[in-house]
Design a protein around this ligand. Structure first.
Ligand SMILES: Cc1ncc(C[n+]2csc(CCOP(=O)(O)OP(=O)(O)O)c2C)c(N)n1
Ligand SMILES: [Mg+2]
Length: 336
């Protein structure tokens, strides 16, 4: 079993606390009308952070859905800038500059999964020593893209890790209405590669599962499907009222398994964490968030920015539209 060191576990808790505090602040900013709709991270931290810490940020790629980017701090401070640009609706939030190996937010369910397989197969063709980890939800697993991508990955033996975050809900659809399968992990049998179910609130279990899958992928043995079982502790998004459908007793039970409480208790017992550290981490997280929001708000917005990052070079139609937008804005024009 690959076990993280004490120092890694401490770093993981820093990332988990940072993500939750920042996510809660962004939630409040939405309530003030300062950012758009957002999906809180609460309850998913051990899975996202544990996975990120098992990867090599210099070589391995991460394709998130929409709940993960705030917890991918390990990939660099640029991630928070991306999150804030995205949250204010700035077109620059649709792109993460190199060398960060993380793709932008994906709202259209499951489309990141075939992208991950293509990217992973591309790495193999280029003899690039990296793997690709793709996050998707229990709800996304019902999309055709998941099955097509899983099948192709199995056939190609692509170096990809499918990480299904089973948080029990797809908005208001509970897992028992999502699938009649015994588990999401069991679906790997149809693709011809291993599928394992783990406790996604246990950062050590996530770290171990991702390390094992990574080693396997790098050895040319192909993909792994990991189902991380967690519980969505917050609303689906700022546009949701979960009190209408989440049973209060289930939520209460899930709160007792809160991944942050769990790791914090363990680290406190080992003398590696205390209230002062907690306060310092929270303060630094909020300061970083304020700075990233400020930076995002002052990022210039070119009138034709929405056409950037669609293609490497504009198609003829895009080029015409770009010229039209620039002409409309006039010299030195801005979209704001
Ligand atoms: C192709 C597509 N269909 C429907 C939606 C609407 N939608 C947005 S989030 C969501 C639920 C997704 O659930 P899950 O994959 O479990 O992720 P979670 O929100 O639980 O993290 C749905 C149905 C969408 N964004 N894209
Ligand atoms: Mg879900």
């Amino acid at each position: 079993m690959a076990r993280p060191t004490d120092e890694q576990r401490r770093e993981m808790l820093v990332d988990m606390v940072t993500a939750r505090v920042q996510s809660q602040r962004i939630f409040n900013l939405q309530r003030q009308g300062r950012v758009g709709t957002m999906a809180p991270v609460d309850g998913h931290e051990a899975t996202i952070v544990g996975a990120a810490h098992a990867l090599d940020t210099d070589h391995d790629w991460v394709l998130p859905q929409y709940r993960e980017p705030i917890a991918l701090r390990r990939y660099g401070p640029e991630m928070l800038e991306h999150v804030m640009l995205y949250n204010i609706g700035h077109p620059a939030g649709g792109h993460i500059p190199a060398p960060i190996r993380v793709l932008p937010y994906q709202i259209s369910l499951a489309t990141q999964i075939p992208h991950a397989v293509g990217l992973a197969w591309g790495l193999t063709l280029q003899d690039d020593p990296g793997v690709v980890l793709v996050f998707f939800g229990d709800g996304s697993s019902s999309e055709g893209d998941f099955y097509e991508a899983g099948n192709l990955a199995g056939v190609l033996g692509a170096p990809v890790i499918f990480l299904c975050v089973n948080n029990q809900w797809a908005i208001s659809t509970p897992v028992h209405l999502q699938t009649a399968a015994e588990s999401f992990a069991a679906k790997a049998a149809a693709f011809g590669f291993p599928g394992i179910q783990i406790d996604g609130n246990d950062v050590d279990a996530v770290y171990d599962a991702v390390q094992t899958a990574r080693t396997r992928a790098l050895a040319g043995k192909g993909p792994t499907l990991i189902e991380a079982v967690v519980y969505r502790l917050g609303p689906h998004t700022t546009a949701d009222d979960p009190t209408r459908y989440v049973p209060a007793e289930d939520l209460e039970a899930a709160r007792r398994s809160d991944p942050i409480k769990r790791l914090r208790t363990e680290l406190e017992t080992a003398g590696l964490w205390d209230d002062d550290v907690q306060a310092e981490v929270e303060e630094a997280a909020l300061a970083a968030l304020d700075a990233a929001l400020e930076k995002a708000r002052s990022t210039p917005l070119a009138p034709d920015a929405m056409l950037d990052h669609c293609y490497t070079t504009d198609t003829q139609r895009l080029a015409r539209q770009r010229a039209g937008l620039l002409a409309e804005a006039g010299p030195g024009g801005s979209a704001r």
